[in-house]
Design a protein around this ligand. Structure first.
Ligand code: SAM
Ligand code: TMP
Ligand code: ZN
Length: 407
């Protein structure tokens, strides 16, 4: 039995995705049996506050640190997304303030703060993974190489003073010790400041059966209903929500101190929509779990049939997400020969757990495989727009979100 990291009540099992390796550790070669770290990937729902979360926590030092390979700037769509957001902040929240201060949790390679730094605005990225933190510094971003939590926030407040905007993209849902983070935010924020974070949306995961959004780093799957409760417990209020199309469907949540800002109608609308569709009901989540098992069976059946018919299959995008799919479905090099990916830190290595070799995306070229399994389905538009020749030469994409399909 696991205890909810928001309210302390018990978390009940929704979906068991079995034994899984760390999603972002790509071994240089297939490790000997027993040499790779595995944990049990189980998704649950809190019986008290309904927050959807993992039952088992992987120690943070195993996931993040010097060799964490993810590079936010690897997608042009995401580069635009973050520079647009930085420009929006500069033109609204930060405009007109004498000496505003922005803090970003999980700034990665500086994809967002780079624009803030260029504008000459005071800022700090808090990034525990040293390798990418240095990349951010090289582009002029000021970085504290640390995990954000209550103590970090106190140290920043003492050194730099309060922050007008605290921002986190695809990072808050990674942090099980969320109470400490929210306490830290509360300590660091100016009186009328905002905490904005964007993360994969439970509503989209359930609607699209995108079960690969569940992996070690995605500890929480948030919704407006549960974030409002989380905020309330820390003297904050959910004052705005915005649905985002990126990464397969996210929500950008804005929190402010209780009573400091009026809530936009979008908050009540999204909370009502979640109630209407019974998003947090155990029955809804059980149906989601059934759909996941169904889609996983369909995917294995399709890949097995194609291989038996003599077709070649590769994959595109060595995403952290795909570790859940390959390990839950048992997809190894006998089904999928190679995964193509643009990230130098992943190339020449093998995928976690099922050990499919990773090759540079530039090697995805004629002669093409007959089929390409789109692990990076959240970047489908960007990838398909670039890899037009694959289709022209008769190649076919395979996706499994929202269902298993040859495109
Ligand atoms: N914000 C970027 C984006 O949206 O592309 C990076 C997201 S990446 C998936 C998550 C980042 O959070 C990693 O760079 C990781 O090192 C960082 N991280 C993990 N735990 C953290 C913590 N406690 N405080 C700050 N950053 C953390
Ligand atoms: P993400 O879904 O967590 O952002 O990971 C995307 C992965 O896919 C990352 O390893 C980079 C890779 N990728 C490509 O290989 N080609 C591309 O065009 C894009 C956008 C991503
Ligand atoms: Zn709870």
């Amino acid at each position: 039995m696991s205890q909810c990291r928001v309210c302390g009540r018990s978390v009940e099992l929704v979906l068991d995705l079995g034994s899984q390796p760390l999603s972002d550790v790509f071994p240089p070669e297939p490790p000997a049996a027993g040499q790779e770290f595995f944990y049990r990937l189980q998704l649950g729902r809190c019986a008290g506050c309904a927050t959807v979360q993992l039952l088992e926590e992987v120690p943070r030092e195993r996931m993040f640190g010097e060799h964490y390979p993810y590079r936010s700037s690897g997608s042009s769509v995401m580069r635009t997304h973050f520079s647009d957001w930085a420009k929006h902040l500069l033109g609204t929240e930060l405009a007109g303030k004498p000496d505003p201060f922005v803090v970003e949790l999980g700034c990665n390679d500086g994809v967002m703060l780079g624009t803030i730094a260029e504008a000459g605005v005071r800022h700090l990225g808090v990034e525990p993974s040293g390798g990418i933190a240095r990349t951010a510094e090289e582009r002029g971003v000021r970085v504290l190489t640390a995990y954000f939590e209550k103590e970090t926030a106190a140290a920043i407040a003492a050194e730099d003073g309060p922050a007008d905007v605290i921002y986190a993209a695809n990072t808050l849902c990674h942090i099980p010790y969320i109470g400490s983070v929210l306490d830290g935010v509360s300590e660091l924020l100016t009186d009328d400041g905002i905490f904005v974070f964007e993360d994969p949306y439970l509503g989209d995961v359930v609607a699209a059966t995108s079960f690969d959004q569940i992996y070690d780093e995605h500890y929480f799957l948030f919704s407006a209903t549960t974030v409002a409760e989380l905020a309330r417990r820390h003297g904050l209020a959910l004052v705005d929500v915005e649905r985002l199309a990126v990464h397969g469907g996210e929500v950008r949540y804005t929190l402010a101190r209780e009573g400091k800002r009026p809530a936009s109608p979008a908050v009540a609308e999204l909370v009502a929509e979640e109630a209407e569709r019974r998003l947090h009901d155990p029955a809804t989540l059980a149906a989601f779990a059934d759909s996941v098992r169904h889609n996983a069976r369909e995917l294995i059946a399709l890949l097995t049939r194609l291989r038996e018919d003599g077709h070649t299959i590769a994959a595109y995008g060595a995403t952290a997400k795909s570790a859940t799919v390959t390990n839950f479905c048992g997809i190894g090099p006998e089904l999928v020969t190679t995964v193509y990916d643009t990230t130098p830190e992943k190339q020449g290595r093998v995928t976690p757990g099922t050990h499919i070799p990773v090759s540079p995306a530039s090697a995805f070229d004629a002669p093409y495989p007959d089929y390409a399994l789109l692990f990076a389905w959240n970047h489908a538009a960007e990838i398909m727009a670039r890899e037009t020749e694959f289709r022209e030469r008769g190649g076919r994409w395979i996706t499994y979100v929202p269902d298993v399909r040859v495109l």
